[in-house]
Design a protein around this ligand. Structure first.
Ligand SMILES: C[S@@+](CC[C@H](N)C(=O)[O-])C[C@H]1O[C@@H](n2cnc3c(N)ncnc32)[C@H](O)[C@@H]1O
Length: 197
């Protein structure tokens, strides 16, 4: 169990607590976003994108501003979603507050999971749900803006709401129904890009 000030924290509670200060702590360099979007997302006009574990909508905003594709964000923490909704008006992006596993009757061309993958504790279940939500040929992009070493360090104090991720090559073994498009990791990034085949 994870506790803050004597209070039990699950994922939802933890990220609701984090929401207020998230953007001060987590603001990324615009150049980093642009590089990620142009190099790894390959988004095309008309595609529908799911920002999975969207938090305050940082990636949704960057995607919309740089590509104008339709973005839908989902997050389990309502306080995160409130901030995301203030960033982008409803006509541009919609933000849904629910557990990702509860999404039904929706299909996406691309699912982007930015800095959120370790919070999905069962990678096989995660792979299966993403598969269900993707159109044929759709892409799942798992990305981190820090190294795996840093991710593991940051998550050391929240072991109950995150798992220790392995190298992208190792994690790819959880996605056997997919074609691996790309993977690598370095001091600034972790990437696993897959295609529903
Ligand atoms: C580390 S934050 C990353 C937020 C955002 N993607 C960013 O890069 O700033 C992880 C987010 O995943 C969300 N999350 C975790 N498990 C979830 C689930 N089962 N369904 C929806 N959102 C979830 C959390 O609430 C949290 O906002």
């Amino acid at each position: 169990m994870y506790y803050i000030n004597g209070d039990f924290m699950d994922t939802k509670k933890f990220f609701n607590e984090m929401a207020k200060t998230w953007d001060q702590k987590e603001i990324k360099d615009e150049k980093w976003f642009l590089n990620f979007i142009s190099k790894y997302c390959n988004l095309k006009v008309g595609e529908k994108v799911l920002d999975l574990g969207c938090g305050t909508g940082v990636i949704s905003k960057a995607i919309y501003e740089n590509t104008k594709v339709q973005v839908i964000g989902v997050d389990i923490a309502s306080e995160m979603i409130k901030i995301a909704r203030n960033k982008l008006p409803n006509e541009i992006a919609s933000f849904i507050c629910c557990d990702f596993y509860e999404l039904t009757n929706m299909k996406f061309d691309v699912i982007i999971c930015h800095n959120a993958y370790p919070h999905f504790m069962d990678p096989s279940l995660f792979a299966k749900k993403c598969y269900e939500l993707l159109n044929d040929g759709g892409r799942l992009i798992i990305i981190h803006s820090i190294s795996r070493k840093k991710i593991i360090e940051c998550h050391a104090r929240i072991k109950d709401i995150s798992r220790i991720i392995k190298s992208p090559q190792e994690e790819a073994k959880n996605f056997l129904q997919y074609k691996v498009l790309d993977y690598f990791e370095n001091d600034n990034m972790y990437l696993l890009a897959l295609e529903k085949s």
